[in-house]
Design a protein around this ligand. Structure first.
Ligand code: NI
Length: 175
């Protein structure tokens, strides 16, 4: 397992829809392992494949740090098939460093996908897990949590991230 580099806004791979996975081969299993390792290392509670530069529909989630009943969930081609209620939670994202904002999402969701053996799985989630699943599936659709906040806040956040990136690029430049 390896810790991968996490892409941050405005990397294009974060802003595009990820491709469905047709065959769960060794490469996909390896990617899932590396994504889990990367998520635990960050540390984070969820990660989508396009956050590590792989534009594929694959997510890993583990809320066990805050919710003891949770464990590692790996989902291939996940989709929300039912949703109800609304809830608001403060969210952050490894691809949007140093920024948190309150986001309103569905309170409960039913998510369908495949596990790494290619078996169909259906998950009923509420609370934190429901929020994280929606956040990660958003990533696969090229959407970030800041797309759910007010335009003014979003523009301020984006400007800050662009400035931060410009500074990083400047520091990386050879002397
Ligand atoms: Ni995120």
């Amino acid at each position: 397992m390896a810790v991968l580099e996490i892409c941050t806004y405005p990397d294009k791979v974060l802003l595009r829809e990820a491709e469905p996975i047709c065959t769960i081969d060794k490469e996909i299993v390896r990617l899932a392992d590396d994504m889990a390792e990367t998520m635990y290392n960050a540390p984070g509670i969820g990660l989508a494949a396009n956050q590590v530069g792989a534009p594929r529909r694959l997510i890993v989630v583990d809320c066990s740090k805050r919710d003891l009943d949770s464990q590692l969930i790996v989902l291939v081609n996940p989709e929300i098939i039912a949703a109800e209620g609304l809830t608001s939670m403060e969210e952050g994202c490894l691809s949007v460093p140093d920024y948190q904002a309150e986001v309103t999402r569905y309170e409960k969701v039913k998510v369908r996908g495949l596990d790494l053996q290619g078996k169909a799985v259906e998950l009923d989630a509420d609370g934190l897990l429901a929020v994280v699943l929606q956040h990660e599936i958003d990533h696969l659709n090229g959407k970030l949590f800041i797309d759910h906040i007010s335009r003014l806040k979003r523009e301020l956040c984006k400007r800050r991230l662009l400035k931060r990136r410009a500074k990083e690029t400047a520091t990386d430049a050879p002397l």
